[in-house]
Design a binder for this molecule. Sequence first.
Ligand SMILES: Nc1nc2c(ncn2[C@@H]2O[C@H](COP(=O)(O)OP(=O)(O)OP(=O)(O)O)[C@@H](O)[C@H]2O)c(=O)[nH]1
Ligand SMILES: [Mg+2]
Length: 287
Amino acid sequence: MSLFQKLAQALKKTRSIFAGAISAENIEELEQALLQADVGFQSTEHIIEQLKKSKADKHEYKQQLNQILHQILTNQSLKTQASQKPCIIMIVGTPGSGKTTTIAKLSFLFSEQGKKVIISASDTYRAAAATQLGIWAERVGVQIVYSEKGQDAGAVAYDAIQKAISNNSDIVLIDTAGRLHTRKDLMQEAQKIKRVCQKFRTDAPDQIWLILDATVGQNGIQQAKTFNQELNLTGVIITKLDGTAKGGVIIPIVRELNLPIHYLGLGESAQDLEPFDAEKYIQALLE
Ligand SMILES: Nc1nc2c(ncn2[C@@H]2O[C@H](COP(=O)(O)OP(=O)(O)OP(=O)(O)O)[C@@H](O)[C@H]2O)c(=O)[nH]1
Ligand SMILES: [Mg+2]
């Protein structure tokens, strides 16, 4: 399957919501479809307003919608990748959102690109987490640094970065424990990991990516807002897009949070990660 076919397959349920509405006689039906696909109230209102303003004939809804979505999704303010080595990427998110799996996918992708990757197993809460990551690392063939003698998350990250510097690695991927955005103490722990990275370089970590489970739909917006306030994110990865009917959630994330989406998770294996492409996403959503 090509990457696009995979994406189109993943968005099948969301697309079916739009299929009827786009050819519908009235704008209300389209509005319902947007809400049903988890585009959210604010962004739906914005889109419908734009659509009305365009004075599009009902035959032109699809084309207009395509243009409006394009405007929203290509307006992403991308923070540039670090020019310095190693590029330090911290992965955060709520429990079970797909952080560890995404780390595995990213290490696979970066390795394929010829980059030398080190994983920091900084989820020191869940006993099975390091084992899970170790299995992935072995499968993908990348190095991993574990917590020794009860080291905390920050200390593991410190060791991993130090190792990356000494063996000239390109990328450090820091896996972290799942934390609810409402838990202040856990947010502070994440900030501590961030400060550890800053000991090496004031502009580190180069990236802090939030892993957002698409199946939680609108709740994801609040999660992203809080994580962003606490940690100053540089982007989002949407996971579990395969099979959900809430594939529209990407739109409010970009529009209301002004955070770029970097990748989409489309399954459970190491290959199921796709760089986000607004054009392809809209096409998979509407056609
Ligand atoms: N279908 C699907 N499943 C996914 C995807 N990403 C992750 N999963 C599954 O989601 C479950 C949780 O994934 P993990 O990677 O362990 O999530 P986590 O965020 O590390 O979880 P904690 O460390 O417990 O917070 C696993 O069963 C994964 O296989 C995806 O893109 N699609
Ligand atoms: Mg995990």
